[in-house]
Design a protein around this ligand. Structure first.
Ligand code: NCD
Ligand code: ZN
Length: 343
């Protein structure tokens, strides 16, 4: 198969940032995706419906003319989020989920939740209104190994959470382990997961191939090969609980290549092409469309997109750098090739 025609996909986990940085990266996503779930981890975070509405307006005004791209907004859950805010968010029609970052787990998560027990009133409101909870599933305790943080989070936080809020829609974001695949598979249909392209393509050796590779550093961190294989199996399984979310997370070259480099891999410039590579490498191209264009929309209660996107098996060279506002970023596969192109 050399050509693939897909219903235009949705990116169910994306970091768009703001201002000039957003304006320079937005075209990459718009070219490939009809909609995206936009992460709220700005500084300050998007913690209220009013902030989400204003952020959405900034995204819309940065779109290329005639673009029908639809940003699907999220709220950033804090210890102080009020249940009334959930009702406002739901009624707004533009907020599609609430993001739970354990405080300190990742980039711009210092206003995150210190103890999910503080949010039980909010979770009840979400369960009642049907607003999904998107989870960054990593514990932050210093004594827990960075490669074990997702597995421990599942046991310590997620298992009790889904047992208590049995009708709450939950997306375990950017899963990276076999244990997460098993957990999500075993849960009822209200629990789903997103999978990134880079976690389908790389194992943790990519962090240290012939030297340390800051541009492969993201959170949750890349894991062993057995885990990558489990993610590939989940993505290709045809199980609608697993769908596309790139977690494309731009940081400037300077912020990545320094003594304390930021977490985040930028894939938006080649996102669907990279997924096509991962699916193609595992004889699964026939299952890409459902993973990329159907299951996520269904979980979020959205109609399927009407536009389509054509890909062909033709390789192209990724630039060494791309613009990020007044700075530059190093994209995934910089200076190397990607096997699929958009027609
Ligand atoms: C994300 C970012 O840079 O905003 N970084 C990352 O490594 N994935 C935050 C996140 O989603 O964890
Ligand atoms: Zn993310």
């Amino acid at each position: 198969m050399t050509t693939l025609i897909l219903t235009k996909p949705d990116d169910m986990h994306l970091h768009l940032r703001d201002g000039d940085a957003m304006r320079s990266i937005l075209p990459h996503t718009v070219r490939r995706f009809a909609r995206a779930i936009v992460m709220p981890n700005l500084r300050p975070p998007i913690a209220t419906t009013a902030q989400a509405i204003a952020y959405r307006e900034r995204i819309l005004s940065a779109l290329p003319p005639e673009s029908a791209f639809e940003p699907l907004m999220t709220l950033y859950l804090t210890d102080n989020t009020a249940p009334a805010e959930i009702v406002r968010a739901r009624e707004s029609g533009v907020v599609h989920a609430v993001k739970y970052y354990p405080a300190g787990a990742t980039t711009n998560s210092d206003s995150g939740v210190t103890d999910i027990a503080r949010c039980h009133g909010v979770l009840e409101a979400m369960e009642r209104t049907g607003l999904p909870l998107l989870v960054h599933g990593e514990v932050t305790a210093a004594e827990v190994d960075v490669f074990d943080r997702e597995r421990v989070f599942i046991d310590q936080v997620l298992v009790p959470l889904v047992a208590r809020f049995t009708r709450l829609k939950v997306v375990v974001e950017h899963i990276t382990t076999r244990e997460a695949v098993r957990f999500v598979t075993a849960m009822p249909a209200n629990v789903a997961a997103t999978i990134t392209a880079h976690h389908l393509l790389l194992n943790r050796n990519a962090l240290f191939s012939a030297g340390v590779r800051p541009h492969h550093y993201c959170l949750p961190i890349l894991k062993r090969e057995v885990h990558r294989v489990a993610l590939v199996e989940a993505a290709l399984s045809g199980n609608p609980k697993f769908f596309l979310g790139t977690d494309s997370a731009p940081h400037s070259r300077a912020a990545k290549e320094c003594v304390c480099g930021c977490a985040g891999v930028y894939t938006a410039h080649a996102a669907i092409e990279l997924y096509a590579e991962a699916f193609g490498a595992n004889d699964g191209l026939d299952r890409l469309e459902a993973f990329a264009s159907a299951y996520g929309a269904h979980f979020y209660g959205l109609a399927r997109n009407r536009d389509s996107l054509s890909l062909e098996r033709r390789s192209w060279q990724v630039p060494e750098e791309l613009e990020l506002g007044s700075e530059r970023l190093v994209p995934f596969r910089a200076g190397e090739s990607v096997a699929w192109s958009i027609v």
